[in-house]
Design a protein around this ligand. Structure first.
Ligand SMILES: Nc1ncnc2c1ncn2[C@@H]1O[C@H](COP(=O)(O)OP(=O)(O)OP(=O)(O)O)[C@@H](O)[C@H]1O
Ligand SMILES: [Mg+2]
Length: 199
């Protein structure tokens, strides 16, 4: 089964509006491009374990173990959901993907090369979008629900790593500091212009 659809990942800090924007983008591209929304950690076995046992626990797993779990979840997600959808010609819009592993576990001290190695099975997305919101602003938005990964210093380090990929041209930056509908319009036009380069 070959890949026919388009694979887009949406990245950004916690609270930057990834879910809001990924859902709005999926709604806009549902009819024209058969778009579906999906997210990591996935709803597979490993993803469920990560969400239930890692994200909100005070006692964290060693970072490398966490990185391996995210990489394992990614394989499950790709094999069971992403590849089959792409083979049917769907557009897959994925809320967090490999750049989240690089940015979060990288900010926690793991080597980016090692994170890439354990993710070498991961399908390359056609486009990666980085919704950029300042670390200070996201923490204001997240007052009500903070996970263990959300301190100012962590968010700053995470943004630095994301920005490396923006500078390399692997991620395309969208200004996420504007109102939701303004960000949604900018994202939609950007994706439409990117689609012209692959279809
Ligand atoms: N452009 C925006 N301006 C102001 N508030 C926003 C904007 N986009 C999203 N929000 C609000 O910020 C909060 C976080 O948004 P959302 O859940 O979409 O972010 P996220 O990046 O998916 O977060 P997480 O990493 O926790 O999954 C929500 O309360 C949402 O309504
Ligand atoms: Mg979200």
């Amino acid at each position: 089964m070959g890949k026919k659809g388009v694979f887009i990942c949406i990245e950004g800090l916690d609270g930057s509006g990834k879910t809001t924007q990924a859902v709005l983008l999926t709604e806009r591209l549902y009819k024209s491009h058969n778009a579906i929304y999906t997210a990591e950690p996935s709803h597979g076995k490993t993803g469920t374990f990560i969400r239930e046992c890692c994200l909100y626990e005070k006692k964290r797993l060693p970072t490398a173990a966490e990185a391996l779990l995210f990489a394992a979840d990614r394989i499950e997600h790709i094999e069971n959901e992403i590849k089959p959808a792409l083979a049917e010609g769907k557009m897959v819009i994925c809320d967090r993907y490999i750049y989240s592993s690089l940015a979060y576990q990288g900010s926690a001290g793991l080597s980016l090369d090692w994170i890439k190695t354990i993710n070498s099975h991961a399908l390359q997305p056609d486009f990666g979008i980085f919704i950029d919101v300042s670390p200070e602003r996201v923490l204001e938005r997240l007052q009500r629900k903070k996970s263990v990964m959300e301190t100012l210093e962590t968010q700053q380090k995470v943004r630095e790593i994301y920005m490396k990929f923006v500078e390399k041209g692997e991620l395309i930056k969208i200004d996420g500091g504007k109102p939701k509908d303004v960000v949604a319009d900018a994202l939609y036009s950007k994706v439409l212009s990117l689609l012209k380069t692959v279809t």
